[in-house]
Ligand binder design. Sequence first.
Ligand SMILES: [Zn+2]
Ligand SMILES: [Zn+2]
Length: 208
Amino acid sequence: MATMITYGGPTVRVPVECSLCHQSCTTSARLYQEKPVHFCSVKCRWEFSSEERFWSHIVKTGPVVRPDLGECWSWTGRDLSPAGYPRMRIRGKRYFVHRLSYEKHVGPIPEGMNVLHRCDNPGCPNPSHLFTGTLFDNNRDRHNKGRDAFGERGGNTRFTEEQVRDILNLSATGLNKAEIARKYGTGRSTIWHIVRGETWRHISGING
Ligand SMILES: [Zn+2]
Ligand SMILES: [Zn+2]
């Protein structure tokens, strides 16, 4: 075979591009021939491997929560925050997957802003379902969608009995109301009403 590369001889370095940032650098010709991937820095290597890992967990045929938005994406990783948001570890630090997805596809998240779900599905990293805003925006978005149109009392119709049991269990295990509210995409007061037995009393069994 006519090859310029000799095994066991002095290392032949060839100019290549970083597989992530495309900056030019050099690498061992032999290694590059075996695996044509090279990084200019440790940082690029980490970013590339986390990128690969990110996509390995994405499933683009998730549930349709809102027909007007199309399919949600799902995440196959197992690390969920108490409020039900998937997380991913990069160099020992945990990141929210929906925030990573927003940054990859849309751009940097403005300081102090939350990444919110149009689809109200905390497990969804589909960038077209994400927007940045404050929690106030989130509530207003929800309000505009008519979710709270019945007011706090009537709002209990939004939950299934199973969800109400879950809310009561979570509260009993000490999870705070804000976390539970976030998991269910509702207000803290709604959770309070359930936990105090002001709504859904037939499930909570709380009298008074
Ligand atoms: Zn690079
Ligand atoms: Zn979605």
